[in-house]
Design a binder for this molecule. Structure first.
Ligand code: IPD
Ligand code: CA
Ligand code: CA
Length: 276
């Protein structure tokens, strides 16, 4: 295993232990609201602190972009940048719904080179190093081989926090329900992306995501032979919020089905920013 991936795995497992321990006593947790339907618990913060400490013990100069705000170096253009979601699927976690994960990626000069997604409930470790394939535990994983969207199981996430994208999203959802074999919304975007890499889903789409939801999963997908992009297939999926991911054949069919909604989503975004 690449030495940088080894450190990321160590950090993810430590965070997973914290999450598992707290999952036994959810009633004792202190939970605060960061925004509408956006909660953070001491578990998110403690997991993030542990991850950052573990990474910095070996790589003290590396920059950090982490959801709960631990940022030693705000310069996101730093040569090495770790992009971290310490607990993806917080709403599930807080309700005892067993679908959440830790997501850690390393970006080197703007390219994701290492990725770890760890599901502490199942003890499933998804890893990838750029150019060396994607793995679930010690087994190589690949995207599915399905060729037709109508046969596909597709994952998604709802834009549940604010209403900006909801109307457009509901039209996208209608399109996908109509054109696929099934749609799923488990509630942890990073794990959804890992499932595309492992071939459990044939594809995934969501709008309103953040870089820490997407970074590690994007490398897993590429290393598993899949494609990832925004709704047009070609834009900045890491920072733009929109994601389509799938095997190459299904990717182009999803882009065809969903790209007509791209401009409506851009308008929704501009309207939301104008309101702020
Ligand atoms: C959320 C989950 C969810 C997705 C949201 C994310 P969080 O992350 O990944 O599936 O629909 O867009 O924000 O807040 O639980 O880390
Ligand atoms: Ca997240
Ligand atoms: Ca999170």
């Amino acid at each position: 295993m690449h030495p940088m991936l080894t450190i990321a795995v160590k950090a993810a497992r430590r965070a997973g232990n914290i999450i598992n321990r707290s999952a036994r006593d959810l009633d004792l947790l202190t939970v605060t609201a960061k925004g509408p339907k956006d909660f953070v618990s001491e578990v998110d913060r403690e997991a993030e602190r542990t991850i950052v400490e573990t990474l910095h013990a070996t790589y003290p100069a590396h920059a950090i972009l982490a959801e709960e705000g631990t940022s030693r170096d705000k310069n996101v253009d730093a040569e090495y940048l770790w992009i971290i979601d310490p607990l993806d699927g917080t709403t599930n976690f807080l309700h005892g719904f067993p679908q959440y994960c830790v997501s850690i990626a390393l970006s080197h000069k703007g390219v994701i080179t290492q990725g770890v997604i760890y599901d502490p409930v199942r003890n499933d470790l998804f890893t990838a190093t750029r150019g060396r394939g994607a793995y679930l535990n010690d087994r190589r994983i690949r995207v599915s081989r399905r060729q037709h969207l109508r046969d596909c199981l597709i994952g998604t996430g709802f834009p549940f926090r604010d209403g900006s994208f909801l109307d457009t999203y509901l039209q996208m959802m209608r399109t996908m329900i109509t054109h696929t074999a099934g749609l799923r919304r488990p509630g942890a975007a990073a794990l959804d992306l890992a499932y595309v890499a492992a071939g459990s889903y044939d594809g995934f789409f969501e709008v309103g995501l953040n870089p820490w939801d997407v970074a590690a999963g994007s490398l897993l997908i590429l290393e598993a032979g899949g494609l990832i992009g925004d709704l047009t297939g070609e834009g900045d999926f890491l920072h733009g919020g929109q994601v389509i991911a799938a095997n190459p054949k299904i990717f182009s069919q999803m882009v065809q089905a969903l790209s007509p909604f791209h401009s409506a989503l851009e308008r929704d975004k501009a309207a939301a920013l104008a309101k702020d």
